[in-house]
Design a binder for this molecule. Sequence first.
Ligand code: PLP
Length: 386
Amino acid sequence: MNTRQIDSDYIAHTYARFPLEIVSGEGAVVTGADGKQYLDFGSGIAVNTFGTADSEWIDAVTKQLSLFQHTSNLYYSKPCAELAKMLCERTGMKKVFFCNSGAEANECAIKLARAYGETKGEGYYNIIALKNSFHGRTLATLAATGQDVFHEKFQPLPGGFVFAEANNTESLRKVAENNKCCAVMLETVQGEGGINVLTDEFMNTVREVAEKHDLLIVVDEVQTGNGRTGKLYSYMHYGFTPDVFTTAKGLGGGLPIGACVMGEKAENLFSPGDNGSTFGGNPVVCAGAVNILSRLTDEFISEVAEKGEYLKKNLESISGVTEVSGRGFMLGLLSEKDSAEIIAEAREKGLLLLKAKNKVRLLPPLTVTKEQIDKAVEIIAECVNG
Ligand SMILES: *Cc1c(COP(=O)(O)O)cnc(C)c1O
């Protein structure tokens, strides 16, 4: 039996997979079981920051792997301590909680927000989230996700989430006035929601409303983080520091990690026993993440911003393309042709793309070259106009 048949027989049917099995890769190129090579503009959904089979990252991971692969959080281990220090030093934040995924990092942020609400008085448990957001698949993070399609079938969801319209300052003000709240939680570029960038005006209002109503600002950097948008973390485009941010996907370079990063207002909300994770802070994963973060230098990230601009401009110049949204290497494309058709045809031509709502989503590895960008744009142009 082939992999696709076994998968279909034995894997829970929660994914609509593309008809392609990946067997190996190098950099921005992956090889399929069909023997064909594909330009990978999905990076395992913004995970493979330095592409596939990056040798420096493999060295960092395997070096730790040969020392010890795991210990419990009852003991100290260097890679996670080192990673936490780096995260705080690069961002001005104070403390880190490590876990294994974006959803878990957001669960941690939600717990922090609730703990903050407790300090405000009776009933201040509501978290303002945005319509069209995506924060994960666990029950609480689903409840924080402002898209009804994800909620059907799973009622009742945990309560205490209220929703404002993204980029609608009036809506945000009203929701904050009308509810007893502890936090506002958002993605600066809504990823699964269709690559929608929050405006400077809206983010300024978030800060003003948070100040007025004493709210924690929680930024979900799970998809936007780790250089993806042309800044180390996407909130840095707006010139402020949140009280809490979460990150995952690209931080591990391909191994599962989540981190909830706390600023001054949040660093002392937890006491021993308030949160935990068996695998959180795993030394192998953290050794890989230390390698990733140390290579995400300001210089490297400004190249990402520049290459992202280049990709965006070239996509915009394709006839038939009506909109390119996003920042850096997190872009969404709309054209006169259906996105699913473009994605299917591009795959046939050797380019892997993703979808976000009705848009084609592009999340190439940050190391993708200009030649590879040119090739991808050429294929997309053929598909849009084919
Ligand atoms: C992917 C994603 C999540 C969920 O991360 P998992 O690792 O799949 O749990 C949460 N928030 C955002 C913005 C994401 O893109």
